[in-house]
Design a protein. Structure first.
Ligand code: SAM
Length: 185
């Protein structure tokens, strides 16, 4: 917890500096300038290194286990998916959905050869049948949805009965696309 508080204080300070310096614009929830590739290593240094500190708690809250079909909404560069894969094992699958093809390209490259399936999708209109998944996680994505309640309804719809949804969402400065976007572009 102390480690997390220190990292958050550091990124908050950096975010305030960036507010004055940024000239790049991003659409709501997008972390890459249209047409440009995501620099996954920069994203990882900026966001991934502290984002992943929350993920064990998120996966535990969703009770992710062996053979599970897990949906990771707003998978980004695949941080939560990467940690879910060893939990589901070789008979499980982790689907990573994201609205940004550039982020998905980065996730696919990093998780190549595993049971990870990237899918381009808006979390508010998921292209999956009802009750398709044993668990749904959304790590630092819901705050970007124009209609987060619709997103949560979709998470519930694609979840099987008695499955679990776990969401970790940012507030205030941590919900700014510019905050996440600058190093990824
Ligand atoms: C801060 S990143 C989090 C990525 C990853 N889950 C992590 O923890 O590192 C937020 C992600 O949400 C995605 N996103 C934004 N709006 C979305 C939407 N409506 N549907 C799905 N994904 C969305 C962005 O493209 C981005 O990859």
């Amino acid at each position: 917890m102390v480690q997390l508080e220190l990292v958050l204080a550091e990124v908050q300070a950096s975010s305030e500096l960036m507010d004055g310096d940024m000239s790049t614009t991003f659409g709501a929830g997008f972390h890459a300038t249209p047409g440009k590739a995501v620099d996954a290593s920069a994203y990882d240094r900026w966001t991934g290194r502290w984002s992943r500190l929350f993920i064990p708690a998120v996966l535990a809250a969703a009770a992710v286990g062996p053979k599970y079909r897990v949906l990771d909404v707003s998978t980004g560069t695949g941080e939560a998916a990467r940690m879910a894969l060893p939990l589901v094992g070789t008979e499980g699958v982790v689907v990573g959905a994201d609205i940004s093809p550039a982020m998905l390209t980065s996730a696919r490259a990093g998780l190549h050869g595993s049971s990870f399936l990237p899918v381009a999708a808006d979390g508010q209109a998921l292209p999956f049948r009802d009750a398709s998944f044993d668990a749904v996680v959304c790590q630092l994505g819901l705050q970007f949805f124009p209609d987060p309640a619709q997103g949560v309804r979709e998470f519930r719809r694609v979840l099987r009965n008695s499955g679990r949804v776990a969401i970790c969402a940012g507030v205030d400065g941590l919900s700014s696309p510019r905050f996440y976007g600058a190093p990824a572009s």
